[in-house]
Design a protein around this ligand. Sequence first.
Ligand SMILES: NC(=O)c1ccc[n+]([C@@H]2O[C@H](COP(=O)([O-])OP(=O)(O)OC[C@H]3O[C@@H](n4cnc5c(N)ncnc54)[C@H](OP(=O)(O)O)[C@@H]3O)[C@@H](O)[C@H]2O)c1
Length: 260
Amino acid sequence: MKDFLQLQDKHIVIMGVANDRSIAWSVAQSLHAAGAKLIFTYRQERSAKKLNKLLEKNEMDAAVIQCDVNDDESITSAFAEIKEKFTTVHGLVHSVAHAHKEDLNGDFIDTSRDGYAFAQDTSAYSLVAVAKAVRPLMAEGGSIVTMSYLGADRVLDGYNVMGVAKAALEASVRYLANDLGPDNIRINAISAGPIRTLAAKGVPSFNEILSKVEEKAPLRRNVSAEEVGDMTTGLMGALSRGVTGEVIYVDAGFNIIGIG
Ligand SMILES: NC(=O)c1ccc[n+]([C@@H]2O[C@H](COP(=O)([O-])OP(=O)(O)OC[C@H]3O[C@@H](n4cnc5c(N)ncnc54)[C@H](OP(=O)(O)O)[C@@H]3O)[C@@H](O)[C@H]2O)c1
């Protein structure tokens, strides 16, 4: 059983560490504990600085490469650098999303054309683009995990355009699973419960959502980023080898509740 959990020397790309609160950072710690060799990508220099400090503090040795998922050239050059340095990749964690702040306030109906396109491009299409870029590097098969949220299925005040982007992200997971399956590449989404991160600050009703979950979720609590990290590690390893195209909830069971 233990061997199934081992990711010893597996090369895993992690996209989306902005700071120590990022879900991707908890994912990194869990994967590191399982023995994986980590390759990080970042967008802003500010994030790279924070990430490098975190790596130093935790005595973790990893590659850190710039990749802006809104920019095809940046994706191409990041994965060319990964190929040059590592040849093969076994896993990829896509923990990236963004929408314009003004599109998370007020009514969804007022979303601008530009704001809608930007949220889709950054938060959903980016998964398609990076899956395509990493595919040739996953010659031995692989596993891709992305982060979604309940706003893909249900209406949550203030989640607005990001909910629609998450719906597209989850549908993309299913179509990508069908394309990548013959290459023994699996892809799944984790639908995480609310976690206090930089991105979560943009959701105006976030505090209300946290207290509702604590009150109503079957486990009567919120989840931690560590719990999402551990599920990601599970999806990277052989214990989950028969699972692809799924949305897996790590939300203390909140999604199953009807009228509470
Ligand atoms: N926190 C929650 O409650 C929650 C719940 C469910 C799902 N999620 C999802 O989890 C994922 C991670 O979010 P988080 O909560 O951990 O927040 P976070 O720490 O703010 O991470 C978001 C990351 O997205 C990156 N990013 C944004 N635009 C990018 C671009 N164009 N190219 C490359 N990277 C870009 C940011 O990089 P820079 O900072 O360098 O720009 C940042 O590292 C997101 O998909 C989010 O929707 C979060």
